[in-house]
Design a protein around this ligand. Structure first.
Ligand code: COA
Length: 150
């Protein structure tokens, strides 16, 4: 049910935009990343994006589940799939970042084994033209989490 999107297939920006604020921000990583989609009844309902950072590290740059299908375990399934794929490809570390105003996402990542290792201060102030508010708080820092794969 989860498969890699081929280069000649249309990129589902509508899903990617659930997890990232602008198309410009998505386009900074999408062309040298691998995209994986989750399909149900011929409809793409979830997505994640993997980008190689170094010979040892791969990053989940985007993960999103269509709003109608959230809260049903698909996000967790995608994270586990990404971890398994990173391991199978021989990477030593998989990383993921999330905003400092997103406790649900942070909790989900920690549940599947990610641990906080860094905070990119001012990431959302320096990389996005307009202020982003989440849960009524201005998004500033990116919390970085990782799993050491073995
Ligand atoms: N309220 C609170 N916690 C919730 C929740 C809700 N409505 N829905 C899910 N969770 C939490 C629970 O802790 C759940 O764990 P549990 O199954 O042990 O109870 C955990 O998240 C996993 O839920 P799951 O159903 O697998 O998540 P999902 O399919 O909704 O996917 C996201 C999670 C974050 C990918 C999805 O909500 C999404 O696409 N959000 C918008 C885009 C986004 O924020 N992407 C991440 C950018 S950092």
């Amino acid at each position: 049910m989860i498969r890699q999107l081929q280069k000649d297939e249309e990129i589902p920006y509508d899903l990617l935009l659930l997890a990232d604020e602008t198309i410009e921000a998505i386009n900074r990583y999408i062309n040298d990343s691998e995209i994986f989609i989750f399909e149900k009844d011929n409809e793409t309902i979830a997505i994640y994006v993997l980008q190689k950072i170094s010979d040892y590290t791969i990053e989940i740059k985007n993960i999103a589940v269509d709003t109608k299908h959230q809260g049903q375990g698909i996000g967790k399934l995608l994270l586990r799939d990404a971890i398994a794929r990173a391991k199978a490809k021989g990477f030593k570390t998989i990383v993921i970042g999330t905003g400092d105003t997103a406790p649900k996402q942070l909790h989900l990542y920690q549940k599947v084994g990610f641990e906080i290792f860094d905070i990119k201060k001012r990431f959302f102030l320096d990389n996005y033209p307009n202020p982003i508010y989440e849960n009524g708080v201005r998004l500033k820092d990116m919390i970085m989490l990782k799993i050491e794969l073995r």
